[in-house]
Write a protein that binds this ligand. Structure first.
Ligand SMILES: C[S@@+](CC[C@H](N)C(=O)[O-])C[C@H]1O[C@@H](n2cnc3c(N)ncnc32)[C@H](O)[C@@H]1O
Length: 234
């Protein structure tokens, strides 16, 4: 089995134009998951807040969060030019360009001042292959957050090869039959999962979050193999 680095421009798991449609068929609860994120953030943030969206991709969460909170300012960061081109279009269509900015790059490219009240990383960290780089990613986010800021992490999780994850994967296949996710795409999705997605067990995720400087971690979402955690800086 070969290990790959998934790059959404040169080696994408899904072509950028099809990302949103594929995600809503393939990822259990994709839409409701964003509603949960919104609810988690709303319950902690004031009406005026400054949010960092890491791995903003095609702009789903940028627009969702920006639309329902008219005084939030959002910065999306993502290395993929193709995904950001879609985000840019979506932001303009919803007339949110005044409050939503995007930058092509990585968290580490941003100024280090702790200016954000919240950050999200939705379906991003599982593409980072090794634990040290995942920890550096989380630390990079923590460094840019104010004390007590809220962080939302959503990732595919579990230990590859474990009976638990294998059972969940069998359930994911059954779920795909229900959503009508085409069989050829299922095959491609699993190839990407096997070769280019690096999930961690929940225990390991919690350990890394603590090492990165987050505490009071709560799991607020589970959609088969997708988990969502809310954590606080400090
Ligand atoms: C599966 S998409 C998720 C997009 C969006 N967050 C969503 O929920 O639909 C993953 C995105 O993460 C970006 N990405 C991958 N590695 C990254 C990293 N180390 N830092 C920031 N973004 C990254 C990719 O370019 C891609 O746009």
């Amino acid at each position: 089995m070969s290990q790959e680095i998934i790059d959404f421009d040169t080696n994408p798991p899904v072509v950028a134009d099809e990302y949103e449609q594929t995600a809503s068929l393939a990822l259990p609860g994709y839409e409701i998951m964003h509603t949960f994120v919104l609810a988690c953030l709303r319950s902690y943030l004031p009406e005026t807040a400054n949010l960092l969206v890491v791995g903003a991709g095609g702009g789903v969460e940028l627009v969702r969060l920006g639309q329902s909170n008219p005084q939030w300012q959002l910065l999306g960061v993502d290395p993929s030019a193709k995904m950001l081109a879609i985000a840019e279009q979506k932001i303009a269509q919803h007339q949110l360009s005044q409050r939503i900015k995007i930058i092509q790059g990585y968290v580490q490219d941003l100024p280090t001042d702790p200016v954000y009240d919240a950050a999200t990383s939705i379906l991003v960290m599982h593409f980072i292959p090794d634990e040290d780089s995942k920890l550096a990613f989380l630390k990079g986010i923590a460094q840019r957050l104010k004390t007590s800021a809220v962080f939302i992490l959503i990732d595919v999780y579990g230990t590859k090869g474990s009976p638990e994850l294998d059972t969940i994967i069998a359930t994911v296949h059954a779920y795909w039959q229900e959503t009508g996710f085409p069989v050829d795409k299922q095959k491609q999705f699993m190839e990407n999962f096997n070769n280019g997605v690096y999930p961690l067990s929940e225990g390991k995720i919690l350990e890394l979050l603590h090492q990165a400087g987050f505490s009071n971690v709560i799991r607020f979402y589970t959609g088969l193999w997708v988990g969502g955690w809310m954590a606080f800086k400090g």
